[in-house]
Design a protein around this ligand. Structure first.
Ligand SMILES: *Cc1c(COP(=O)(O)O)cnc(C)c1O
Length: 963
């Protein structure tokens, strides 16, 4: 192996690893010298407790180059058969406008941003999300909308939760679901109801009023396509003081009366067919709207309009104290990561097409459905309904023959309802397609002419939408939806918004616990391949062979990496993984006759989604204290475990802890829980400090979620998408989510679903697949080690200027550290918020602020940042410390200094008046490096209180644009 040629080969194999890992070998040795260790190994030995170090290397294979990886994946993808999909049921083919495809979905400026926690440097995506909310409000006819939920079915489950909270029918414990709601939605809502202890009644929509219920869900149009006037159904539900929820098809709402106008209390649905590929099930954004009166109960994030320091309109997440992190077990929902990137795509689709363009698309779809229906009826084919928007259901005793002919022509219908099949036409349907559908259903030689039928339909009109339901109000009248219809204009609009946002393509985003690492281009390329993008989640499994191969490989690798026995890829966020994992724990206890075990121990340092998920699984939360070093207080843990022993369900623990240390007692913690008959849920958000070095399964945990959008390189998309697969030990495997439309191999029939699609957000799994393939066993381990090196170097340098709150063995930290700003605040009055905002002037996104400890910053550099970038960040922090010292010394007053006025916009520093104690140049260019690569915040500090007092959650009135 020592000859030159094989060395060359080895180097080539290493190709991707050294591109993923930021620091060069020389930089690594510099950092190691600073840390006074002679090798990476020595540092790891000092940092990671020996008792949890893996004895065997990972077995995910050798690192492969980008070229090899993509070429192999292409061959796998080509095993998918991309049939024309008329399956419908919540997923439709769509034409993704190319300008959006390339400049949003494929653009790191959009996909690498994080949730807009720092709104001054996120005005672009906040504006786009406000467009999404405005679009939702116009189309649904309601008052208040959120900035996306995970999918239509979970949005329906959230609607049920909201109904229970706000309904005045306090004694009722049942939720009604009309039997013509999408099958997967009934499934997901039923799973959720089981956890909450609600009864689910599925029946004919008209029967809702005959039950004692707190809420009901209708589908509009129904899953089989009927367009029913739901006004009376809604009124009936409300007459019982129950909440009426409607799952609506977004495209149909261009032509149909808004459900809000028909009286609905909640309207929700999927925005997928607004220009987001089906992607074998996701990711897509769900929309959700309700009445203003229920705003405190609305799940998910809301974008609102406020003012900045200078009185300009400025956007930010409204009512942030609603953030589930903060409300913990009082949270309305566990939603954290949502679907921001996809909500933005859908919003841009609406902006680009405008109200007229969208209406044309909807009318064309509807016209094709009319033509299809007219031809079929002329030939004596019985349709189940006399109304429709885009979906026809045929009641047929020759279903099998028709389906066989369809399959032979590469066409899929919906077939999961007995004795009938359904055909949903879409934006992509053409006249030739309608002819083909006639051929399939009627057999060739039917003699029908699409042109002739079209002329007939046009001449005579159609009554397939009842007159009472024809939409007559204007929608999307705001200028944002009426200004960018040429490609030049939309391109510049997309770019203008992008430029306002700081993403990973500008500088390091060191948000602790969020793992903002490289999202390599090669990992991103496959997701828009048609072979992955254009599959319907309910297509027959034999058409998805490529997906199955990729998913199975990923599954096996994740099993190896986590040390578990099985993995479910269905949950589409970390928090959904927590929920799925807790369900598995609960069902396991039930299966052993231990249904009473319902206490969940959660250390006080836990991420807010942990208690929020536990309350969704109806668990009783008992908080375990941490000691002064940030570790779980073992005596408190023992005492509490003892106290609740009989009823102990589980512990939820993050490892390494959110305090940034590898707790030495982790094995003991697992043992204590197991001794009391409980299960260990290890929150895997911090897997970036475990992969290849240790693993949850090896440590002794029973179940974990992973955040593929943290550790495994799926970009954060500005706040979603994500994938939160769970790994489990074999005893929990029977309790993992299945799906009522597509049976997920390896899970029990009858297990409920937690997501709308069987494999959740399948379309983005190739990203993690490619990451693991290109890194291989060795590269993955190196990534973990380098994350630890970078974090310790950063900690070491910052500790010369700031106290580091917690450290582990040998004074080391894991992959992140907490800088304590409270002593400086005490002395100066300068807050952690001032520091976060001043970092923007230096071109950086703030680290995680005040989590898990108020008054601190949690910093995670990841392995992808070079020493150069880390040094630049350190320089900024040190310079800011110097500024704080000037406040302490009295050189600057607490009212007049660059920290409290941060961030500085161009308008601020170039304004005619300047009465600051510091000069303009210093305000904007505090260190030389900034002058070379200046990122300008576009608004000054935002007034949150003003925005919450004057809640505006749709695009501001036109007048404010004229000012
Ligand atoms: C990010 C995170 C979560 C939640 O994951 P989402 O994908 O945002 O739902 C849970 N726990 C910890 C420790 C996290 O950092």
């Amino acid at each position: 192996m020592s000859n030159a040629k094989s060395l060359e080969e080895l180097e080539q194999k290493q190709d991707f690893i050294r591109r993923h890992i930021g620091p060069s070998p020389a930089q690594v040795s510099d950092m190691l010298s600073a840390l006074e260790v002679s090798s990476v190994q020595e540092l790891i030995d000092q940092t990671v407790p020996a008792s949890i170090r893996l004895e065997q290397p990972l077995t995910v294979g050798q690192s492969r180059t980008e070229v090899e990886t993509l070429s192999y994946l292409k061959s796998v993808a080509s095993k998918n058969k991309v049939f024309k999909s008329y399956i419908g049921q919540g997923y439709h083919p769509t034409n993704v406008p190319h300008v959006i495809l390339r400049n949003v979905l494929e653009n790191p400026g959009w996909y690498t941003a994080y949730t807009p926690y720092q709104p001054e440097i996120a005005q672009g995506r906040l504006e786009s999300l406000l467009n999404f909310q405005t679009m939702t409000l116009d189309l649904t006819g309601l008052d208040l909308a959120s900035a996306s939920l995970l999918d239509e079915s979970t949005a329906a489950a959230e609607a049920m939760g909201l109904a229970k909270r706000v309904s005045k029918a306090k004694k009722a414990n049942a939720f009604f679901i009309a039997d013509d709601v999408h099958t997967q939605t009934i499934d997901v809502v039923t799973t959720r109801a089981e956890q909450f202890g609600f009864e689910i009644i599925v029946g004919k929509a008209e029967d809702a009023v005959n039950h004692d219920i707190f809420g009901a869900l209708f589908q509009y149009p129904t899953t089989s396509g009927e367009v029913v006037d739901i006004t009376d159904l809604i009124a009936g539900v409300q007459s019982k003081k129950a909440i009426a929820c409607v799952a609506a098809d977004i495209m149909s709402l261009l032509l149909l009366k808004a459900p809000g106008k028909l009286g609905a209390d909640v309207v929700l649905g999927s925005a997928q067919r607004f220009g987001v590929p089906m992607g074998y099930g996701g990711p897509h954004a769900a929309f959700f709207a309700t009445r203003d009166a229920y705003k405190r109960s609305l799940p998910g994030r809301i974008i609102g309009v406020s003012k900045d320091r200078l009185g300009n309109d400025a956007l930010r997440m409204a009512m942030q104290t609603r953030e589930q992190h903060i409300r913990r077990d009082k949270a309305n929902s566990n939603i954290c990561t949502a679907q921001v990137l996809l909500a933005n795509m859908a919003a841009f689709y609406a902006v680009y097409h405008g109200p007229q363009g969208l209406k044309t698309i909807a009318q064309r779809i509807h016209r094709f459905a009319d033509i299809l229906a007219s031809g079929l009826k002329a030939k004596g084919i019985a349709l189940k309904h006399s109304t429709w928007f885009d979906t026809l259901t045929v009641v047929s005793d020759s279903k099998d023959d028709v389906i066989a002919r369809a399959i032979a022509k590469g066409v899929n219908f919906a077939t999961n309802h007995e004795g009938e099949y359904s055909i949903s036409v879409s934006e992509t349907t053409t006249r030739a397609d309608i002819t083909e559908l006639f051929d399939i259903i009627l057999g060739e030689g039917h003699g029908l002419s699409v042109d002739a039928i079209a002329a007939d339909v046009e001449a005579n009109g159609s009554e397939s939408i009842p007159a009472s339901l024809v939409r007559d109000d204007e929608v999307l009248t705001h200028p944002n939806f009426n200004s960018y219809h040429s490609e030049t204009d939309i391109l510049r609009y997309i770019k203008r918004l992008e430029s306002k946002d700081l993403s990973l393509n500008h500088s390091m985003i060191s948000l602790g616990s969020c793992t903002m690492k490289l999202n390599a281009t090669a990992e991103m390329i496959p997701i828009t391949w048609p072979e992955f993008a254009n599959l319907h989640p309910f297509c027959p499994l034999d058409q998805a062979e490529g997906y199955q191969i990729m998913i199975n490989e990923l599954h096996d690798w994740l099993v190896n990496i986590t040390g578990y026995d099985a993995v479910s890829l269905q949950p589409n966020s970390g928090a959904q993984g927590e929920y799925a994992g807790l369900i598995a724990i609960r069902k396991y206890h039930e299966s052993r006759g231990d249904a009473h075990r319902n206490v969940c121990l959660i250390p006080s340092s836990a991420h807010g989604t942990n208690p929020a998920s536990a309350q969704m699984a109806s668990m009783k939360i008992v908080v375990v204290n941490c000691d002064k070093n940030g570790n779980v207080d073992m005596s408190d843990l023992k005492a509490k475990a003892e106290e609740v022993s009989e009823n102990l369900s589980c512990i939820m623990i993050t490892y390494p802890s959110t305090h940034g240390v590898y707790e030495e007692t982790i094995r003991e913690i697992c043992d204590i829980i197991h001794e009391h008959g409980g299960q260990v849920y290890m929150d895997g958000a911090n897997m970036n400090a475990q992969v290849g070095v240790t693993s949850p399964g090896f440590i002794g945990s029973d179940v974990s979620h992973l955040n593929l959008h943290k550790t495994f390189c799926i970009p954060h998309g500005g706040g979603g998408p994500g994938v939160g697969p769970i790994g489990v030990k074999s005893h929990l495997a029977p309790f993992m989510p299945n799906h009522s439309v597509i049976n997920v191999p390896g899970t029990n029939i009858g297990n409920g679903a937690v997501s709308a699609a069987p494999y959740g957000s399948a379309a983005i799994l190739p990203i993690s697949w490619a990451y693991i393939t290109m890194m291989g066993s060795e590269g993955l381990k190196q990534a973990t080690e380098m994350a630890i090196v970078n974090a310790n170097y950063l900690t070491h340098e910052l500790s010369k200027h700031f106290p580091i709150l917690y450290r582990g063995r040998n004074n080391r930290v894991a992959h992140e550290c907490i800088v304590d700003l409270r002593p400086l605040k005490e002395l100066s009055g300068i807050t952690e918020m001032d520091v976060a905002k001043r970092l923007q002037d230096y071109g950086f996104h703030s680290p995680t602020m005040s989590f898990p400890v108020a008054g601190t910053l949690m910093i995670e550099p990841t392995e992808s940042e070079s020493k150069g970038e880390i040094d630049r960040f350190i320089e900024a922090m040190v310079s800011i410390k110097g500024e704080i010292e000037k406040v302490i010394s009295g050189e600057w007053s607490i009212e007049n200094n660059p920290l409290v006025f941060a961030p500085h916009t161009q308008g601020d520093v170039l304004g005619n008046e300047w009465d600051r104690a510091y000069d303009r140049f210093y305000a904007a260019f505090p260190v030389p490096a900034v002058a070379k690569n200046k990122f300008w915040p576009t608004v000054t500090r935002i007034d949150d209180v003003y925005g919450d007092r004057n809640l505006v959650c749709s695009c501001p009135a036109v007048e404010t644009y004229r000012d």
